[in-house]
Design a protein around this ligand. Structure first.
Ligand code: SAH
Length: 381
């Protein structure tokens, strides 16, 4: 059994086992984390007909059944066996916030009692009774985060664990089922550092993109990273043309280092060439995310430096006013400072957007909800 997508540390596997996972495993792996090829191979190794894999994917991804018994085109014995070997769902919805056509947050409880959240952001929010016509889902990839960015709520308690591929994919499946809407775009900007969970992320992306899976176009999927250089280079060589956003937040090492410890490991002198490699290999426009924090990175000189980097990378700049996190000292600059900053970046020849409302919404995904809810739920008997 080698084709599962979980990291080695997530689930112990006996060396040399093949076919369907042993029925005795304490928690069967999620079928939503299986690729078509992987499932075919496991079925074949278990003496089942490999063509069943496509049928199973159809039930799982198209019809989205929640019980094995509903897979009526499969022999009962196979359904029974599958039910012993794989899980169909593992995320339990604990709380929903927001209504149709506004930002909707879902708090999910994982099988081990941990929490993650996913946020649906409607693109053209309902105005005058019209409905939103596009939906973006902000997806989490880890429970907690090890990057330790000084301004971020997600890493306050460090990293607990990686999500497996099924847990990543299921956020999208559940969001679509719960809202009754198709997710048009995915942004990996929820909890966690996606590129620190590389293997599970890649498996999940394969499934989310595949026609037999969720079927979301790679160009409608954006990975956001704090700047893990080796993984950015690795990603540049992958065939899937997903979009890349970099959480830059500082245009010099001095500024970036102060708020993002990852910069000590991968300073700008390493990050920028890796991004150039990515841009050249993928022929893509990347996004530089830049949260504006009062007195930290919002001076006119910062704006000039940022524009210089953006021009060099032919990147688009996304300015996001910082969202206050309880217990952290940072605040957003006033609107005049924000506007001046954006104006300088543009004067210097870079493309920049300043997103006041959206930034706020997207931020809702960054661990703040989870921390509060986790505390509340833990206090309940
Ligand atoms: N680890 C990845 C993705 C998760 S965070 C990354 O670093 O890119 C998604 C975005 O939200 C990042 O740009 C992050 O820096 C930003 N962010 C985190 N906390 C924030 C806050 N309090 N206000 C505004 N943006 C924040």
């Amino acid at each position: 059994m080698t084709s599962h997508s979980t990291e080695p540390s997530d689930r112990p596997t006996a060396a040399g086992d093949a076919g369907l996972p042993p029925a005795t495993a304490s928690r069967p792996p999620g079928i939503l984390g299986m690729t078509l090829d992987g499932l075919r191979a496991e079925l074949a190794a278990a003496g089942e007909a490999p063509f069943r894999a496509s049928q199973i994917m159809e039930w799982v991804h198209r019809k989205r059944v929640t019980a094995w018994a509903q897979m009526t085109s499969l022999p009962a014995a196979l359904r029974h066996r599958l039910g012993e070997c794989y899980g169909l769902r593992s995320l339990q919805v604990m709380r929903q916030q927001g209504a149709n056509d506004t930002t909707r947050k879902f708090l999910f409880r994982l099988h081990d009692g941990r929490f993650i959240e996913s946020v649906v952001i409607p693109a053209n929010p309902a105005l005058y009774g019209e409905t939103a016509d596009r939906h973006t889902l902000c997806v989490s990839t880890q429970v907690g985060c090890a990057m330790d960015c000084r301004f971020c709520a997600s890493g306050l308690n460090g990293l607990t664990r990686n999500l497996d591929a099924a847990e990543i994919v299921e956020q999208v499946v559940q969001a679509e089922v719960l809202t009754g809407e198709r997710m048009d775009n995915l942004v990996f900007m929820g909890m966690g550092e996606p590129l620190a969970n590389y293997r599970n992320l890649m498996t999940a992306l394969t499934i989310l993109n595949a026609p037999w899976g969720t079927g979301i176009g790679a160009r409608h999927i954006t990975l956001s990273t704090s700047g893990l250089v080796p993984q950015i280079r690795k990603l540049a060589a992958e065939p899937l043309p997903v979009r890349l956003a970099i959480s830059l937040h500082g245009a010099t090492d001095a500024v970036r280092e102060r708020i993002m410890p990852v910069n000590r490991k991968y300073p700008l002198a390493e990050l920028i060439p890796a991004l150039e490699e990515y841009v050249t290999a993928k022929r893509q426009i990347i996004t530089l995310e830049y949260i504006l924090i009062d007195g930290v990175n919002d001076s006119p000189e910062d704006a000039v430096q940022l524009a210089r980097l953006a021009r060099r990378l032919r990147a688009k700049v996304n300015l996001i006013p910082y969202n206050t996190v309880e217990g952290l000292p940072w605040v957003r600059p006033d609107e005049e400072t924000q506007d001046t900053f954006a104006a300088i970046v543009r004067q210097q020849g870079a493309t920049a957007t300043l997103r006041r409302e959206k930034g706020h919404d997207i931020q809702a995904a960054c661990g703040q909800l989870r921390l509060r809810e986790e505390r509340e739920l833990a206090e309940k008997p």
